[in-house]
Write a protein that binds this ligand. Structure first.
Ligand code: C5P
Length: 218
């Protein structure tokens, strides 16, 4: 891409979203929450009762996905679905359809189009490996499974979503395993990614670390 793209990849619950928002504020760059695209697709799949193995219909929906991002809101076909797509149920469907190569390629150009002047902060699973391989700064966030589940439950509770820690932990482990074991664009750090283990860092420390790396590159 013509404009600088900073990629942030990693499993769920490592603080990617918060770091992405922080870097967006600091740099004035655009933000791509690629997970929100996959979650919106999952929402549409469920709303339209599309079968998970009906690849032609999944691709057709992916190509014309009626989703818009307005500030911090996700608008699907005119309806605000921001809260609805945040559930682990939607995430499970997202991760199932995200494993289908044809679905991923149908969403590729749409993601690339976010790279606009002055630059982009891209949050996801394959930002550094597939969508923006030329990125000059690739971050890969990790954390222990227990810490990630705990953060996710806290996040859901803050959003007013009732969460059972045992169930959430199981669901997240399943989803991360599915994301990292799929053949196409699996969750993994790019060869030139900088890995940040956030298990023992609070979100401010993660942001400071990323900012220091960003200054380093300039
Ligand atoms: O990041 P988030 O939890 O919102 O992503 C939901 C799901 O979407 C992930 O578990 C993953 O299966 C899929 N996803 C993906 N590639 C991305 C972003 C998300 O496959 N770049």
């Amino acid at each position: 891409s013509e404009f600088p793209v900073i990629t942030i990849d990693g499993p769920s619950g490592v603080g990617k979203g918060t770091l992405a928002q922080y870097l967006t504020c600091k740099t004035g760059f655009h933000l791509l929450d690629s997970g929100a695209i996959y979650r919106s697709l999952a929402y549409g799949v469920t709303a339209n009762q599309i079968a998970i193995d009906d690849v032609a219909s999944l691709v057709a929906l992916a190509e014309t996905l009626p989703v818009e991002f307005k500030a911090t809101s996700i608008i699907y076909d005119g309806t605000d679905v921001t809260a609805k797509v945040r559930t682990e149920e939607v995430a499970a469907v997202a991760s199932t359809v995200a494993a289908i190569p044809e679905v991923r390629s149908a969403l590729l150009n749409r993601q690339k189009a976010f790279a606009q002047s002055p630059g982009l902060i891209a949050d996801g699973r394959d930002m550094g490996t597939v969508v923006f391989p030329g990125s000059p700064l690739k971050l890969y966030l990790t954390a222990s499974a227990a810490v990630r589940a705990e953060r996710r439950v806290k996040q859901l509770k803050n959003q007013g979503i009732d969460a059972n820690i045992a169930q959430i932990t199981k669901d997240i482990e399943e989803r991360d395993l599915r994301d990292s074991s799929r053949k196409t664009a699996p969750l993994k750090p790019a060869d030139d990614a900088i890995i940040i283990d956030t298990s023992d860092l609070d979100i401010n420390e993660v942001c400071q670390k990323a900012m220091a790396l960003l200054w380093d590159r300039n």
